[in-house]
Each structure stands twice: as structure tokens, then as C-alpha cells.
Design a protein around this ligand. Sequence first.
Ligand SMILES: [Zn+2]
Length: 190
Amino acid sequence: MHRSQAAQLIAEHMLSQLTPEQAVEAIRAFFNDFIPDDLRPQLDPALVAQHDRHDVPPSIIPADPRYQPVLLHQMKRRLRGVTNAYLGAVLYGTMDRSVDVTGVMTPLLSCPVCGYRSLPILGNWDVCLVCGWKSDPVQEAVPDEAIGANGVSLNQARANFARTGLSSEDARDRVHPHGKFMYPRAEGQE
Ligand SMILES: [Zn+2]
């Protein structure tokens, strides 16, 4: 099975598991971000216009069918850059489907702490699901600076990761239990 098809199946499954609160949060995130080019044509034109006016509805009803493509897209975003092996394992674990996932994946950017390719953008406070580092542009420019999003400096976080597998003790609840299996490691790093 091609990885795009696997991601579609997994995203549909994730959507079915979402609580109404999580769905509302994902729809709010849509209103606060630009609309990706591949999503725009799938949307109700009135919804696009509302988004472009920054007109977030005061109460969001996640079951509104106009939000279904938005939610599916948000679920698929969480699968960007994950390995084929991880997609195969999720299909097996959640849907009991044993399939070989194929296709070329576009890796994300390397985390400056752990070296896994886990970050869509650097310096945008995205969290690395492998080591828990929050990508902080100041900390990444000044690697001995402890003040910032992480509470520890970049160099300290690297030392922590080498010792414990986490960027800091506080990062424990930010990592994914299978983070090291989800993302490939940058070349040249072992
Ligand atoms: Zn990391």
C-alpha cells in the first residue's frame, strides 16, 4: 500500500477517535493558520471566505460537515515525515491490517538536539516528539543560553539526550512513546 493511502486510512481512524473538544481545537487551529493549497479546493467557499476574514465562529460545531475536510487534513498533518514502518505499525495496531507500506517520504528537518528529522519548521516552537525540545530560535542561535522555551540550553539538552534520551526531565510529557520509530535520523548521526 502506498504511504499516501496508509496516511488516509490512519487519519480517518484518528478522526473517529477524536473527542468533540479535540475537534474544536483542531478547527480553531485551522482558523488561525493559512489554508494549504491542496486543502483550499476541497472547502466550502463560504468557509474559505470566513477564514480569510479571520472570522472565527464563537461556537464551533465539529459535526458540521463543512469541517470534515479540515479535520482530516489536520490529522494527516500529524503524519508528515513519519516512516513507512511507523505507518505500517499503526495500521497493524489500530486496524489489524498487516500491509507493507511503500513510497518515498519527504523527511522533515533535523531536530538540533536529537538529530531525528522530526520538525516541520525550525525556530517556530514546534515540539520534537522524539526528545521534547521546543524549537526556539533564540536558544538555537545562542546554544549556551538557558533562558527560553526549554528551561535548559541547547548544549545542555544535547548532553541530556545523550544520557537519558530526553532533552530535559520536563520534556518527558511532550514526547511520543514511539518517537524514535516514527522519524528517520539525519544522515551521519548514529
Ligand atoms: Zn529532538
